[in-house]
Design a protein around this ligand. Structure first.
Ligand code: OXD
Ligand code: MN
Length: 594
């Protein structure tokens, strides 16, 4: 097979000439093709069968132990001008990057199959969707791409019709960390990834295309490509409003997108619908609202911590037709990870008899790949070509102290500042130390394909006549008390905060204006059923003015990194908040927001 599209055939020929594969396979995306790939990988030992009675259609992949997470220090944005990549990205000149990658790719597919994977990010008929083609020598990548994207014949037909696509070249190479690079060429709309078979480094439709390249295109074309879940909240009156929420990797986006309402709210008639758990593309509609699609067709979620308590919807979708990566297994071949208390691990993620002295049984960044259609809360509107209208945007971080449970931005510019100021304690989703505080603007630090200063300006540019912009909020579910325990129960109870936000959007809830934004008082939130100690609620909803002054000063240092390119509007906003805090601090008593 090949394509009727000459430019695509020519590119495939060139890449085959460079990489020298034994054979070329054009993926049609059919079930038969998927089944055959899985069978081959099982036969070769690249996949392991799991218990067919409890988990029909499920398989386990054990990655190379040195290839278990995204590698941000090896992930480059290769623009002609260094400043276009910004201080937020490792940068390499395109010429140098091409020379290095050509040397790595030369002959690297000898004896291997080159798969041509046409894919569409977003509903296949959506004007908001965009297509790409990934060339890869990994059958595991092909199988994952089939679950994570609309892959195969229909995507190819759209590419042939449109005449353009994002070009992605991938090889697992030798899986040698010394010979590993993930290069992005936004000016050429192309991606080259070598030396890793791990999700975010190798499934090029996801982080590489749908965030890094798409964010660049979005800026040029006037839309937004964001690291956000999309969730529909149906109120007891039967109306559904959609929220897009950005959190850093492994901070609960999947759980929030599949939230099960707490019992009292369920009885009152609240329902939650999942549109997406990781990426959101939003564009202004004719009505001035932002309309959003989930460019992905599946979930590549973190397994540890997923349980009947934290995410029963995810657990229900994972008991069939799922690819697991780096989880542990029980004696009878069921998948296992930390948090699943009803079973015990026998083999760890490397296939060794489990020994707690060696650490967790499942790798902390072990994953599941599953079609979104298997999720019990999957929204019927997730396939809508025009997308869903967004009522509220939420930014959030993992912060043990200072950040209150929720803040509502005064206006769009203040909201953009709250997003730019996002910071979080690091997780296992990327290689490197865990638990270190880092600035992660809009949760896009690892994913924005251009200079953050220009990205903030792009966000600010949506504040213009004719737009009906969503309200912006900031949340922190991870606040801890003096005893080191979480103050807020999180998970399903987060709906109480989302409900307050939507009531604010409807003008039906109160808040107090403070220097850092509008905050609810305890009685503005529907928390009676929680029986939280008053002191916990007070801590969650009060402001430490001195701490906030330090926070805003640190934000000034961060903004200074972007020099003259930083929009003055953003710095003005920071000064405004800092001045308001200084006025209050100059007053004799600390004012609690009780
Ligand atoms: C992810 C990530 O895999 O953000 O979604 O790392
Ligand atoms: Mn993510």
């Amino acid at each position: 097979m090949s394509s009727s599209f000459a430019a695509l055939n020519q590119w495939v020929d060139e890449m085959a000439h460079l990489t020298q594969p034994m054979r070329i396979h054009w993926c049609d995306g059919s079930q038969a093709e998927y089944d055959a790939l899985l069978a081959q990988m099982l036969a070769r030992g690249e996949l392991h069968a799991l218990n067919a009675r409890t988990h029909p259609g499920c398989t386990l992949h054990r990655s190379h132990p040195g290839d278990v997470a995204r590698v941000e220090h090896l992930t480059y944005i290769c623009t002609r001008e260094r400043d276009d990549a910004g201080p937020n990205n490792p940068w390499m000149a395109p010429q140098e990057a091409h020379a290095r990658m050509d040397a790595l790719f030369a002959g690297c597919m000898q004896g291997r199959t080159l798969y041509v994977v046409p894919y569409c990010m977003g509903p296949i008929d959506s004007p908001l969707a965009r297509c790409g083609v990934e060339i890869t020598d990994s059958a595991y990548v092909v199988a994952n791409m089939r679950l994570m994207t609309r892959m195969g014949a229909r995507a190819l037909a759209r590419i042939e019709r449109e005449g353009h696509f994002v070009r992605g070249l991938h090889s697992t190479g030798e899986l040698d960390p010394e010979r590993r690079f993930i290069m992005h060429f936004p000016e050429e709309l192309s991606i080259q990834s070598y030396g890793s078979g791990y999700g975010g480094n190798a499934l090029l439709g996801k982080k590489c295309h749908a965030l890094r390249i798409a964010s660049w295109q979005a800026r040029q074309e006037g839309w937004l490509a964001e690291h956000m879940l999309i969730v529909g909240i149906q109120n007891p009156q039967g109306q559904t409003h959609y929220i897009a929420a950005a959190f850093p990797s492994a901070c609960g986006k999947t759980n929030l997108s599949m939230l099960v309402p707490p019992e009292d709210m369920r009885h009152a008639g609240w329902k939650v619908w999942t549109v997406g758990d990781d990426i959101c593309w939003m564009a202004p509609g004719k009505d001035g609202r932002l309309w959003a699609i989930n460019p992905e067709a599946g979930f590549f979620g973190v397994a540890p911590g997923t349980s009947a308590r934290t995410n029963p919807n995810a657990l229900a979708m994972l008991d069939h037709d799922t690819i697991f990566t780096n989880v542990a297994t029980t004696a009878d071949g069921q998948p296992w990870w930390e948090g699943l208390n009803d079973r015990v691990p026998a083999l760890d993620w490397q296939g060794r008899p489990f020994d707690p002295a060696r650490g967790p049984a499942a790798h902390p960044n072990s994953r599941f790949t599953v079609s979104a259609r298997q999720c019990p809360s999957f929204s019927a509107h997730a396939e809508d070509a025009q997308g869903v209208p967004i009522s509220a945007i939420v930014f959030g971080g993992r912060r043990e102290s200072l950040l209150p449970l929720v803040i509502e931005a005064r206006d769009w510019a203040h909201g953009v500042m709250l997003g730019a100021a996002m910071s979080s304690e690091t997780t296992a989703a990327a290689s490197g130390a865990v638990g270190v505080l880092r600035r992660d603007s809009m949760a896009m630090k690892p994913f924005c394909g251009y200079n953050f200063a220009d990205y903030f300006a792009h966000w600010l540019s949506f504040d213009r006549p004719g737009m009906q912009l969503p309200k912006i909020f900031h949340v922190n579910w991870f606040r801890k008390g003096g005893d080191g325990r979480f103050l807020w129960p999180g998970f399903g109870d987060n709906l109480r905060v989302l409900a307050w936000m939507l009531a604010r959007c409807a003008g039906a809830a109160d808040a107090v204006a403070t220097p850092i934004g509008h905050l609810p008082r305890a009685h503005d939130l529907d928390v009676a059923a929680l029986n939280l100690p008053a002191a916990s609620l007070d801590a969650l909803l009060s402001i430490d003015h001195a701490g906030w002054q330090r926070e805003m000063q640190a934000l000034g240092d961060y903004f200074a990194e972007f020099g003259a390119r930083l929009p003055t509007r953003l710095e003005r906003e920071r000064r405004r908040v800092l001045d308001a805090l200084e006025v209050i601090s100059a007053q004799p008593a600390r004012i609690a927001n009780g």
